[in-house]
Write a new protein. Structure first.
Length: 723
C-alpha cells in the first residue's frame, strides 16, 4: 500500500480498484508507522498479523464522553465505567508468591482505589498521569471505595466524543490508543482507493445497510452511538452472510456428490399406519410427515433434524418415515443412545405397528406381515446371527437398536431410512457410520430426532448441514405438569408426603438423583444411598426400585419391566431414565439436587411425567440454589414450553457454549451474536440461499467468494457442524 505524492500519479491512484479484504490480508501490520518488530509480536499475540486482522479487531466498548459516570456517582455493588487519571501505583508482595498492585485514580469529582491481585504487570502498565478507563464493580473496604481486579484500558488524550476502547492485552504491552492510531492510519491510507463492497447493492438496500467502507470507519471511529450501531449492523450482516454462504454451498456440494434413493411414496402403508392409530395426527405431525416424505421422494439423500418437545409425538413421524422406505422395498433403522431407550422404542414401535400388513405389490401374495426386530449388545449370539442374516436378506423391514447397529457384520439388503434418536448423544461420525450402512450405490435418508429443542437461529448456524422440521404442537389431552421448587425443609417434607399420597391413589413416582460427572461408581453409590434412606425413612413401606448405570442391562430391563407393570411404586434412578421412558401412570417426578442439572436435562426429566390423563407434578429439590442455577430452576417453574426454555437456556449460558469457544485463533464471527442478532441470522440465511440459487458457485460474485474462502476455512465450518 503505497501512496504516491506526485501529482502525476493521481490519475493512476484514482484508476486503481478499491481495496478488498484480500488486499488487506496481504498487507503486513508492519507497513503501518510505529509497528516495529516488538509491536508486531505483541499484535500477533492477539492474532493480529495483517491489516485485515487489524481492521476486524473491533472495539469492545465505547465511551460516550458526554454521559460517562463520575467517581462521586458510583454506587456500592454496582458495575460502572469511569474515566480517570492515575495518581499513584504501588506494588506489594504478599504471602506465598502472591502480589498485589494498588492504584489510585481520580477525576474532578473524587478518588478511587484499584486493587489488582496477582497481576504484577499492572505495575509496568500503569503510571502516574495516564488517562484510563476503569470498568468494574464498586465495593467498600474499611470505609474506602475501591474496585478489585477491574478492567483497565489506557485511553491517552482523547478529543472525540465517542472513544472506542479496544480489547487489549496489558501483558502483551498493547494499549488501546496505539491500536487506535494504527487503525486510523490504515483507514487514512485507504481513503484514495476506497474499500470495495462485494455485497450487491439491491441486498444492501433491502436490508437498509450502509456501505462497507463507511461501516468499517464507523465501527472504529463513530461520531455517535447511532453511527456505531448502523456500522455494526452492516458488519454483522457481512459475517453472517459469509457463514451462511459457506454452509449452504457445502451442503449443496454434498447433495450434488451423493446419490440418494428416490423413494416411491405412492403406497398406502403409511396411510394404513396412521389410520390404525387410536388418535388423529396433530397438524404439526401431518405437516412434518409431508416434509419428510417430500424429501424422501427426491433423489438426493435427506439430512433432516426433527425437533419437538418431549411428548410431541416424534415417534409417529419416525415410524411413518421408516414405513415409507419399507413400502418401496427398502428397510428402516432406528438407532437410540442407550439399551433402555432402544428397548423402550422397540416395545413402543412394535405396539404401534401391531397387526400392520405390508401390501406386497411385487409378490403373488397380496400382503405380508411387517417384520420389526431389536438389536443391541445384549442380543444373544444365536439370535444375533439370525438377525444379521435377515437384515442382509431384507427379510427384516425395520430394526431398532443401539450402537450395535453400526458394528462390523451388520449389513442391510437395502437400507433406505435411518432415524437417529436424541442427536446430542451421538456424534457426526456415528451418523455417518450408520449412513454408510446403505448400499454402495445410494445413501439412505437420515432423520435425526431431538427432544432438546434449540432456538431456530442457533439451529441455522450450528446444524447448517441439516434441514429442520419442528413439531410445534402438542397432542391434545395432555395434562399440564405443575412444577414446584420448595425452598424450606417443611416444603421439602411435603414433597415426600405428596409421593406417598399419589402412590396411595395407585400412581407411581420417579426420584432422580444428581448427576455426578467424575465417576459412574460414585454416582451409583450416591443413588444407592438415597434409595436406602428413602426406603428407611421418608418413603418407608412403599415398593421402591433402584436403577443406575452400574447395573447390567438385564438387571436394568427387569427393574424397568417391574416399574412399567406397576409392581414398583417409586423408581429411584440416575439420569438413565432421562430419555424415552414412557410410563403414563407415573405422576410425580422428584429431582434431587436439581441445581446440578442443566435446563435441557431438567426439561427432559420432567417430560417423563404428564404422559397420562392424570395431573402430574415435578418437584425440584435444591433449596439453597443461587445465581444462575436459581435462574434455571425459576425458568422451569415458569414454563413447560421447551422452546421458551431453550431460549432461556441460551440467555443464561451465553452462546459460547453453543458456538463453542475457539481454542485459539479468531473466527469470522467477531461481532455477530446468535442472541442479539437473530433477525440478521434469518436475513443472511435467506439472502445466501437466494444468491446461490442464481449463482451456485458465486462466479458472478467472485470477490464475495474469495472473502468466504479467506475468512472461513473448512475447519471453521467443520467445527460449527460438529458442536
Ligand atoms: P416424543 O418422542 O416426541 O417425546 P412420543 O412419540 O413418545 O413423543 O409420543 C408420546 C405419546 O403421545 C405416545 O404415547 C404417543 O402414542 C402419543 N401420541 C403421539 N401422537 C399423538 C397424537 N397425534 N394424538 C394423541 N397422542 C399421540
Ligand atoms: Mg420419544
Amino acid at each position: 500500500m503505497t501512496l504516491s505524492s506526485s501529482v502525476g500519479a493521481d490519475q493512476e491512484v484514482a484508476s486503481r480498484p478499491a481495496l478488498t479484504m484480500a488486499d488487506f490480508h496481504k498487507m503486513d501490520v508492519e507497513v503501518l508507522g510505529g509497528v516495529g518488530t516488538a509491536k508486531a509480536k505483541a499484535l500477533a499475540s492477539v492474532d493480529v498479523e495483517s491489516v485485515l486482522d487489524l481492521l476486524t479487531y473491533y472495539p469492545r466498548r465505547y465511551i460516550d464522553r458526554t454521559n460517562r459516570a463520575a467517581i462521586s456517582d458510583l454506587e456500592d455493588g454496582v458495575e460502572a465505567m469511569v474515566m480517570a487519571q492515575v495518581d499513584s501505583v504501588f506494588s506489594k508482595k504478599l504471602r506465598g508468591s502472591r502480589t498485589m498492585v494498588r492504584v489510585t485514580v481520580s477525576d474532578d469529582t473524587g478518588r478511587l482505589g484499584l486493587i489488582f491481585f496477582n497481576q504484577p504487570w499492572r505495575d509496568r502498565q500503569l503510571s502516574q498521569g495516564q488517562e484510563v478507563v476503569v470498568f468494574g464493580k464498586l465495593d467498600r473496604y474499611r470505609g474506602q471505595y475501591q474496585m478489585t481486579n477491574p478492567i483497565v484500558d489506557l485511553v491517552g488524550d482523547e478529543t472525540g466524543r465517542i472513544v472506542p476502547v479496544y480489547p487489549q492485552s496489558g501483558k502483551a504491552g498493547l494499549q488501546t490508543r496505539e491500536i487506535r492510531r494504527w487503525v486510523d492510519e490504515a483507514l487514512r491510507r485507504s481513503e484514495s482507493r476506497g474499500i470495495s463492497d462485494p455485497v450487491p447493492e439491491s441486498l444492501r438496500q433491502y436490508h437498509n445497510l450502509i456501505g462497507r467502507h463507511e461501516a468499517i470507519d464507523g465501527i472504529h471511529r463513530p461520531e455517535s452511538m447511532d453511527a456505531q450501531y448502523t456500522a455494526r449492523n452492516r458488519l454483522v450482516f457481512d459475517e453472517l452472510l459469509r457463514l451462511q454462504l459457506k454452509l449452504i454451498m457445502r451442503k449443496r456440494a454434498v447433495e450434488r456428490a451423493a446419490v440418494g434413493i428416490s423413494h416411491d411414496t405412492s403406497g398406502e402403508l403409511v396411510e394404513r399406519f396412521t389410520s390404525s392409530l387410536g388418535f388423529p395426527l396433530t397438524g404439526a405431525q401431518r405437516r412434518v410427515i409431508g416434509e419428510v416424505t417430500a424429501d424422501m421422494a427426491r433423489p438426493v439423500p435427506m439430512h433432516r433434524l426433527l425437533q419437538g418437545d418431549v411428548g410431541a409425538g416424534k415417534t409417529v413421524v419416525a415410524v411413518a418415515a421408516m414405513l415409507t422406505a419399507v413400502q418401496g422395498g427398502h428397510q428402516g433403522a432406528l438407532m437410540a443412545p442407550t439399551e433402555v431407550l432402544a428397548t423402550q422404542h422397540y416395545l413402543g414401535v412394535s405396539s404401534l405397528l401391531d397387526d400392520l400388513a405390508v401390501p406386497a405389490s411385487d409378490s403373488l401374495l397380496a400382503e405380508r406381515p411387517l417384520r420389526v426386530a431389536l438389536l443391541t449388545n445384549q442380543t444373544p449370539g444365536a439370535e444375533r446371527t439370525r438377525l444379521h442374516g435377515s437384515l442382509a436378506s431384507g427379510e427384516t423391514d425395520i430394526v431398532i437398536g443401539t450402537h450395535a447397529l453400526i458394528q462390523e457384520g451388520v449389513d442391510f439388503a437395502s437400507l433406505g431410512m435411518v432415524v437417529v434418536d436424541e442427536q446430542h448423544r451421538f456424534g457426526v461420525e456415528q451418523r455417518a457410520a450408520l449412513r454408510a450402512k446403505g448400499s454402495q450405490a445410494a445413501s439412505p435418508d437420515v432423520l435425526v430426532m431431538t427432544a432438546t429443542p434449540i432456538p431456530r437461529t442457533a439451529a441455522m448456524t450450528v446444524y447448517g448441514d441439516l434441514d429442520v422440521s419442528t413439531l410445534d404442537e402438542m397432542p391434545p389431552g395432555r395434562t399440564p405438569i405443575a412444577t414446584r421448587w420448595p425452598r424450606t425443609a417443611a416444603e421439602e417434607a411435603e414433597v415426600w408426603e405428596q409421593v406417598r399420597a399419589e402412590v396411595g391413589r395407585g400412581r407411581q413416582a420417579y426420584v432422580v438423583c444428581p448427576l455426578i460427572e467424575e465417576s459412574d461408581t460414585i454416582e451409583a453409590r450416591s443413588v444407592t444411598e438415597t434409595y436406602e434412606r428413602l426406603q428407611a425413612e421418608e418413603l418407608a413401606g412403599l415398593r421402591i426400585g433402584l436403577l443406575h448405570g452400574q447395573l447390567t442391562p438385564a438387571e436394568k430391563e427387569s427393574v424397568m419391566a417391574l416399574f412399567r407393570g406397576g409392581a414398583i411404586d417409586v423408581l429411584v434412578a440416575t439420569t438413565v431414565i432421562e430419555v424415552g421412558v414412557d410410563v403414563p401412570n407415573a405422576t410425580v417426578m422428584v429431582i434431587v439436587d436439581a441445581d446440578r442439572f442443566g435446563i435441557a436435562q431438567l426439561h427432559q426429566l420432567r417430560g417423563r411425567v404428564g404422559r397420562g390423563d392424570q395431573e402430574s407434578t415435578c418437584c425440584l429439590l435444591a433449596a439453597d440454589a443461587v445465581g444462575i442455577a436459581a435462574e434455571r430452576l425459576r425458568a422451569l417453574v415458569e414454563t413447560t414450553d421447551g422452546f421458551e426454555l431453550a431460549e432461556a437456556d441460551l440467555e443464561l449460558r451465553g452462546e459460547g457454549t453453543i458456538l463453542g469457544e475457539r481454542q485459539k485463533g479468531r473466527n469470522d464471527l467477531q461481532l455477530a451474536s446468535l442472541r442479539q442478532d437473530k433477525e440478521w441470522v434469518v436475513g443472511a440465511r435467506q439472502a445466501a440461499g437466494e444468491m446461490l440459487d442464481e449463482d451456485p458457485d458465486l462466479q458472478r460474485h467472485s470477490e464475495l467468494r474469495a472473502e468466504v474462502e479467506l475468512l472461513l476455512g473448512d475447519d471453521d465450518a467443520d467445527y460449527l457442524m460438529k458442536s
